[in-house]
Design a protein around this ligand. Structure first.
Ligand SMILES: *[C@@H]1O[C@H](CO)[C@@H](O)[C@H](O)[C@H]1NC(C)=O
Ligand SMILES: *[C@@H]1O[C@H](CO)[C@@H](O)[C@H](O)[C@H]1NC(C)=O
Ligand SMILES: *[C@@H]1O[C@H](CO)[C@@H](O)[C@H](O)[C@H]1NC(C)=O
Length: 302
């Protein structure tokens, strides 16, 4: 949109400049051709005043030289206009989707790292199975056996590493995914849930910390969520194609928003089901692609 707006704005400006130049050139041409006109001061408009006389009419060859000079000037001006018009067309680089004014290409500060030693990364984010009172429910376990099969289908024979948060649902879900995919499991406290900050808008007040401790909770948790994002979502330095993160819903939402460079205050605008899969792809040259958000196509209805 920005590129289009800029293009049409520039077109308007150039059209204006062209009009002015053409008008000026024509006026000059007419004045020169007519020579010096002296017009009697009278209330009659000049074009009706028969007494208006042309003094010292110029010779034909003098006029011809001036016309040639003017034509030459017009040619130079139209060349300039053509050059400007050429500039209206955005270059391939400008059209590159990863290069808009709003997108920061150097979001993970890896811009100066030799791209030939970077790899594509494919990160699957899983919201753990349904839980009640801090424990995964039988339904949550059934969800996870289906989610595990879906993840195995995504990565096929590739090695998968599974990293999970400390809560019971994330832990049990990771074990189930590992059982099916034979992935290596580890736990990381940077994936633990938390409060990213005041949502915009506030969709569900009861999901927020109590008012008097809100500032403290935000101070503590927002730093952890950001650290988690920086640890797990970036260009690949190794051939770690398959990374599966199993974490509470809010962590998945935070990672999706941050990877798309959207304000994290939007976090209550997303709602992800338990057992759902979201996918972030970090391409070596072409930025970030989120190809699934809270997908539950692999789950059967209960
Ligand atoms: C992005 O586009 C601007 C012009 O809009 C250009 O000057 C700049 O070189 C481009 N950057 C990259 C990395 O392509
Ligand atoms: C990037 O790495 C490749 C492979 O190691 C090397 O051939 C190339 O010269 C490097 N390019 C730069 C700009 O360092
Ligand atoms: C609001 O948040 C609470 C606590 O997280 C949750 O139990 C409740 O289901 C949420 N309500 C809606 C409408 O999402």
């Amino acid at each position: 949109m920005d590129v289009l707006n800029k293009r049409s704005n520039r077109k308007f400006i150039i059209a204006g400049v062209v009009c002015c130049l053409v008008t000026l050139t024509l006026l000059t041409l007419m004045t020169r051709l007519g020579g010096t006109c002296q017009i009697h001061h009278s209330p009659v408009p000049p074009y009706l005043d028969k007494t208006a006389q042309i003094k010292h009419p110029r010779k034909m060859d003098e006029n011809k030289i001036e016309v040639d000079e003017l034509l030459q000037k017009i040619r130079v001006i139209s060349d300039k206009i053509r050059q400007l018009e050429h500039k209206i067309e955005p270059s391939d680089q400008e059209l590159d989707a990863s290069n808009t004014t709003n997108w920061n290409n150097n979001w993970d500060k890896m811009e100066n790292i030799n791209r030939t030693v970077l790899y594509k990364t494919h990160i699957t984010l899983v919201v753990g199975g349904e839980s009640k009172g801090g424990q995964i429910t039988p339904k949550g376990l059934r969800q996870m056996s289906q989610t595990a099969v879906a993840i195995r289908d995504i990565y096929q024979q590739r090695t998968v590493r599974i990293i999970h948060a400390e809560d019971h649902s994330s832990k049990r879900s990771a074990i189930e995914i590992s059982r099916v995919t034979h992935g290596v499991i580890s736990q990381d406290s940077l994936l633990d849930g938390g409060y990213p900050g005041t949502p915009d808008p506030v969709v569900n007040e009861t999901a927020l910390p109590l008012m008097d401790i809100r500032g403290y909770v935000e101070f503590r948790d927002s730093a952890r969520l950001e650290a988690g994002f920086r640890r797990f979502i970036h260009h690949g330095e190794k051939m770690e194609y398959g990374t599966v993160l199993v974490a509470p819903e809010v962590v998945v939402k935070y990672f999706i928003l941050r990877s798309l460079q959207l304000p994290v205050s939007m976090w209550q605008r997303l709602s992800l089901e338990t057992g759902s899969i979201s996918t972030i792809r970090v391409e070596v040259h072409h930025g970030v692609l989120v190809s699934a958000i809270g997908s539950i196509g692999h789950l059967t209805k209960e």
